[in-house]
Design a protein around this ligand. Structure first.
Ligand code: TXA
Ligand code: MG
Length: 334
């Protein structure tokens, strides 16, 4: 990785980003969840660039971002009443709906699947870009495969460098974890990834609590192949523990003669009685607050050279459930 991308913002930034997308280039864009690595969804060569840069298997489908729910029929065939209701309630917003695709959606976006993941993001800069561009933007999170998603333009530049042509800077992502993915393509509504819209909020609109399908660990066998058990991982080894166990864990890690360890702590609230050598990251709060802070804290742990990060999850309700899910995946990566 050499050089740096063109980082742009404001109205001129939108114009630069639109021109780049039209020229088949890659544009990192802000959304309210995480930054995406975007390409013109109708351009197979441009989309191929996404897979190359991410180092992601080409059978892993991409989400198509669109400006307007009213135009979802161009991309999705057979929009079910549940899909209509969820789109009306949560778009623009951190919700991705998997629906049967129309012939407009290429195999290069869906990995050959007969469904497409669609999302209207809520971030104002993302919407301006989508409106100005006019088409769909295919975009995964703008990190290398398996690593922590970026929630600021600086994260994208640090991860991808000049492998991305243009980074549209829209500030830090307000939600901070990825969109909730809901499969509304079949008879049953199934949540495939916990994210920015809580299961409780989905249930309020649907009138029933949808099934949440725990992700399978084998590529190609899960409904969403990117949903590997091990994912979202910092370089530090993530260890999940309860608030009451942190002090004991920290002492044990520091006493372990296996090698030098730099022990860090990430928790909703400050922990009393930590050994002096432990690096306590700024407490993350609960729910939405923890979600907003999570990925920046994991990156900070790496920058500080933390080798073992003790993570106390938030209460597993609302966005706390998505945070707990990401911590589990990060912990499963080592
Ligand atoms: O918040 C988000 O969703 C962000 C922003 C940029 O929109 N995007 C994102 O994309 O997280 P990505 O590719 O990192 O994660 C999307 C997940 C992947 O696991 C992918 O396999 C799955 O959604 N997915 C997308 N389309 C699918 C489809 N048609 N069928 C099954 N899984 C799909
Ligand atoms: Mg991702």
């Amino acid at each position: 990785m050499t050089g740096s991308p063109q980082v742009v913002s404001g109205p001129e930034g939108i114009a630069v980003a639109v021109a780049a997308l039209r020229a088949g280039r890659l544009v990192a864009l802000p959304t309210e969840t995480v930054y995406g690595l975007g390409a013109d969804a109708s351009d197979p060569d441009a989309v191929a660039g996404i897979f190359r840069v991410k180092g992601r298997p080409t059978n892993h489908p991409l989400i198509v971002h669109i400006a307007d729910a009213a135009r979802m029929g161009e991309w999705a065939a057979a929009v079910t009443p549940e899909a209509e209701a969820l789109a009306a309630a949560f778009w623009p917003g951190p919700l991705t709906l998997l629906m049967r695709r129309t012939s407009v959606v290429g195999d290069w976006v869906t990995g050959g699947r007969d469904t497409v993941g669609l999302r209207v993001p809520a971030d104002e800069v993302a919407l301006e870009l989508l409106r100005a561009f006019g088409g769909g933007i295919a975009a995964p999170s703008a990190n290398r495969f398996g690593r922590v998603s970026p929630t600021s333009a600086a994260h994208v530049v640090a991860d991808l460098g000049a492998d991305v042509d243009v980074v549209l800077d829209g500030g830090s992502c307000s939600v901070g974890v990825e969109s909730t993915i809901v499969d509304v393509s079949g008879d049953e509504v199934v949540v495939l990834r916990l994210g920015g819209v809580s299961v409780e909020a989905l249930a309020d609109v649907l009138g029933f609590r949808p099934r949440v399908e725990q992700a399978a660990a084998v590529v190609g066998e899960a409904a969403a192949p990117g949903m590997l058990a091990a994912h979202y991982a910092p370089a530090a080894r993530v260890i999940i523990c309860g608030a009451e166990e942190v002090v004991e864990w920290a002492a044990a890690l520091l006493a372990d003669g296996a090698g030098p360890s730099v022990v860090g702590v990430l928790a909703p609230r400050s922990i009393d009685g930590l050994p002096f050598a432990v690096i306590e990251l700024e407490p993350a709060g609960d729910g939405e607050e923890y979600a907003h802070a999570l990925y920046a804290r994991l990156r900070q742990a790496d920058r500080l050279g933390i080798t073992h990060l003790l993570c106390v999850p938030p209460l597993p309700v609302g966005l706390g459930a998505a945070v707990t899910d990401r911590l589990r995946r990060a912990a499963a990566s080592h």
